[in-house]
Design a protein around this ligand. Structure first.
Ligand code: NAP
Length: 262
């Protein structure tokens, strides 16, 4: 054992959602820990900005809700680097909000397509390559919503609970092939996703609107904290690295103690 096991030198890591928030922080942390990156997102402008923040990387504009697009992403990773060691399925949206009785089919389809099918396609494409390699680590991002059952977030919570069970089934299938599959369920993190309701028309964040939400979420944490994207990126780094070689089928919960399932 050595602290070096927490590094990911030369591992090839694909990160979806890399243009923003947790995905961008994951790209930066994995790069600092030595990884070679394949950055994916549908937001091409901000994907290019992330590309400038890391060392060795390529950017592949991707729509995770489309199987062919995710297939192309993994193909490009393999053709550029020859392998895929880490797949971080971070991209997601918080949509289809409101009471169950008011959610329309189009909004439900959108969130299922990105948050559930998107992660499924990422797991599927990565497992195919990693299974042949006989090694790899897949990390899926769920949410503390899987523990909290928050009113008004049925669509989002359903997709994240789906990600958690998909993780366990994929771990069962991947284990005999030498592939680990784990999940991270973050608590409240300040990112463009959670700032959306406080955004002005010009794109800037109205602190007077944002602060009450942050205070509310902070009080739910036994640490009296909300999280930073790096808190989640660090958990992803651990799961990507050989330091977690005995971990598979698990859900890590960096959530400030808002939920503590047995
Ligand atoms: P974010 O800042 O909005 O970043 C998400 C990124 O994913 C955005 O760049 C987004 O692009 C991209 N994306 C959305 N749909 C996509 C698609 N179909 N194909 C490719 N890229 C797509 O959100 P975040 O807070 O970092 O969230 C990252 C993940 O953590 C999500 O899965 C989220 O559910 C999860 N999470 C977040 C929190 C939190 O408190 N922030 C808590 C628990 C879990 P657009 O901007 O164009 O949509």
């Amino acid at each position: 054992m050595s602290v070096e096991q927490f590094r990911v030198d030369d591992k090839v890591a694909v990160v979806t959602g890399a243009a923003s928030g947790i995905g961008r922080a994951t790209a930066v942390v994995l790069s600092e820990a030595g990884a070679r990156l394949v950055l994916a997102d549908r937001d091409e402008y901000n994907l290019e900005q992330t590309l400038k923040m890391v060392d060795e990387a390529i950017a592949v504009p991707t729509d995770v809700s489309k199987q062919a697009s995710v297939g192309k992403l993994i193909d490009e990773a393999v053709s550029h680097y020859g392998r895929v060691d880490v797949m971080a399925n971070v991209a997601g949206i918080m949509d289809a909000g409101g009471p169950i009785t008011s959610i329309d089919e189009a909004a439900l389809d959108r969130i299922l397509a990105v948050n559930l099918k998107g992660v499924f396609f990422g797991v599927q494409a990565a497992l195919r390559v990693m299974g042949e390699q006989r090694s790899g680590s897949i990390i899926n991002v769920a949410s503390a919503a899987i523990d909290a059952a928050p009113a008004g977030l049925a669509g989002y919570s359903m997709t994240k609970a789906g990600v958690a069970i998909l993780t366990r089934v994929a771990a069962a299938e991947g284990g005999p092939l030498g592939v680990r599959v784990n999940c991270v369920a973050p608590g409240f993190i300040v990112t463009p996703m959670t700032q959306r309701g406080a955004r002005r028309d010009d794109g800037t964040v109205d602190d007077a609107k944002m602060q009450p939400l942050v205070d509310f979420m902070r009080k739910r944490s036994v640490l009296d904290k909300v999280g930073d994207p790096t808190d989640i990126a660090n958990a992803i780094l651990y799961l990507a690295s050989d330091a977690s070689q005995f971990m598979t089928g698990q859900t890590l919960r960096p959530n400030g103690g808002t939920a503590m399932p047995a």
